[in-house]
Design a protein around this ligand. Sequence first.
Ligand code: UDP
Ligand code: MN
Length: 323
Amino acid sequence: MLKRWIRRSLPVLVLTCFIVLYVDFQLRTSRPPKLRAHLDPPPGALPRATPAGRRTGRHPAAEGTHVPQPPLRQEDIFIAVKTTGRFHRTRLALLLETWISRTKTHVTRYNMVITGCQSDHSQQALSCKMSAEYDGFMATDKRWFCHVDDDNYLNPEALLSLLSNFPQEGDIYVGKPSLDKPITAHELLEGNATREVRFWFATGGAGFCLSRRLAEKMAPWASGSRFEQTSATIRLPDDCTVGFIVEKRLGVSMVHCPLFHSHLENLLLISHSSVPQQVTLSYGMFENKMNSIEFKGSFSKEDDPSRFKTVHCTLYPFTSWCP
Ligand code: UDP
Ligand code: MN
């Protein structure tokens, strides 16, 4: 089924260069939610295509008062996967086979957004794609925005339990820095003057999340063309730009979370038993050697250098292709 999907889509995918994949958790059979009934239009009033997760939190009635929030569900989380044409066969296919396929019970569609961004790894190209991810999220009414790269394994259940523990109406920016201290940037001011600014940022290669309320506050520096403009004023890439907007423009501190992992850290240090609790994993080459988690299981290192298949078969042993 998935193979067929990939085969059918591949000609389209290969032709395109810059793609952001939205993993859209939507219930195929949506249970009538309990707590939000009084705020929603009557059943049937919404067009079929409208996501079931229209939240009370965005309703004016919820502002300033304490309307209890219904428990967070997977379909309330918007996950954007940044990728590019040349990684579709290698990286994206692995994600579709593993964690993205897990969302199949919830998912009615994957949204591929082909951006007009440049295809390189430059600051502009990456910021252009992040801007598309942000705008894509803002066009929905999901409660959380999460970004990952196409070399990340994301455990949807671990993510859900992490995000469920935050105040759902809070200003939350959660991820893991790749540096051990705040980054220093030189913000361009009018008349070519610069100002030194220091702030934490969650490394994009480990993935990060933003609550809806915080994402909305970011709009003056992040929506439409403004994200790329903000990125240009600090001359730093997309993930740094998110940190700059949150910490320096809005004065909100990033939440440092050890459950996100990029290949900029030594992945061998993640203990075997903690793997199911990790929110994201990654893999990559470091000094000509594969940096990946040490995880024994179904596949050899040759057959599964990233260890993503092995992790997946441990988490979901009934997957059709798992031994
Ligand atoms: N990427 C991209 N265009 C490129 C190279 C990479 O859009 O020319 C994306 C890639 O799909 C991934 C992210 O940028 O989601 C980070 O790329 P990579 O893992 O290759 O580099 P890293 O920054 O982790 O060293
Ligand atoms: Mn990477």
